[in-house]
Ligand binder design. Structure first.
Ligand SMILES: Nc1ncnc2c1ncn2[C@@H]1O[C@H](COP(=O)(O)OP(=O)(O)OP(=O)(O)O)[C@@H](O)[C@H]1O
Length: 233
């Protein structure tokens, strides 16, 4: 199984206040599928992604990723899990401003046991021609391509995307979604995408809906559409 969550709970405490970010979330997503996670702001989407990616720990329940019980992992094991299996893409790109495009992707390659060739990955995302540029010399869409290249160069089995098109216009956003779809087709990568754009769910195999820390729906989409045909909302 790809992703298997059983009764996962996450509580954040700040002072006397407790926030139940995840309430008994159970979820099954097969390996090699694209899933979209929808839900209002504060519903627990990022927390869910972070728990699956081993950035954050659940307070209760079980988290099995590729048949590994990561909720039982110690910190070193969790770091190793992230390094080996997980690529992250965020809305804010998180590129290192003092490094070139090539060097930013190299950072991703260095932490991997079996990285893909950097030049090939840069060509794949259409950024090879700009490999010597710095992030501030690039448009938002180009920066996101570099961030995707940095995640992909690890050849991750799991690609976690938190609002990857949130800062992009429709045309650029769709090229990024196309790229994710191509990655899925080429490598069979399991991809999770958090979005506020409901239209994107039409390109996913599974659509997960969150509300107030609860998983309210996990529906299969039998006929995912191409990224270009997404109804941008
Ligand atoms: N580090 C933290 N400390 C305290 N509370 C937190 C922390 N991270 C998240 N929360 C709270 O947990 C709840 C779920 O947050 P989360 O970021 O997972 O929601 P979200 O659905 O991703 O929201 P958004 O769409 O706005 O990013 C929110 O009430 C949030 O304020």
């Amino acid at each position: 199984m790809g992703i298997l969550l059983k009764n996962v709970q996450k509580v954040y405490k700040s002072g006397d206040v407790e926030v139940q970010a995840l309430k008994n979330v159970s979820l099954t997503l097969p390996e090699g599928t694209i899933s979209v996670i929808l839900g209002p702001s504060g519903s627990g989407k990022s927390t869910l992604l972070n728990v699956i990616g081993g950035i954050d720990r659940a307070n209760g329940g079980e988290v099995h990723i590729f048949d590994q019980a990561i909720h039982e992992f110690n910190d070193d094991q969790l770091t190793e899990y992230r390094r080996k299996y997980v690529g992250f893409i965020f809305q804010s790109y998180n590129l290192i401003p003092t490094l070139t495009v090539y060097e930013n992707v190299e950072v991703g390659a260095e932490i991997s046991e079996s990285p893909l060739p950097i030049d090939e990955v840069l060509k794949g995302v259409g950024m090879y021609d700009k490999k010597d540029k710095f992030p501030q010399q690039l448009s938002g869409g180009e920066q996101q391509r570099v961030a995707i290249a940095r995640a992909l160069v690890k050849n991750p089995r799991l690609l976690l995307c938190d609002e990857p098109t949130g800062a992009l216009d429709e045309e650029t956003g769709k090229t990024i979604l196309r790229l994710l779809q191509d990655v899925h087709r080429q490598f069979g990568t399991t991809i999770l995408i958090i979005t506020h754009n409901q239209g994107i769910s039409a390109m996913a195999h599974w659509v997960v809906k969150m509300k107030s820390g609860e998983l309210v729906e996990c529906a299969k989409n039998e006929h995912p559409i191409d990224a270009e045909k997404v109804n941008w909302v």
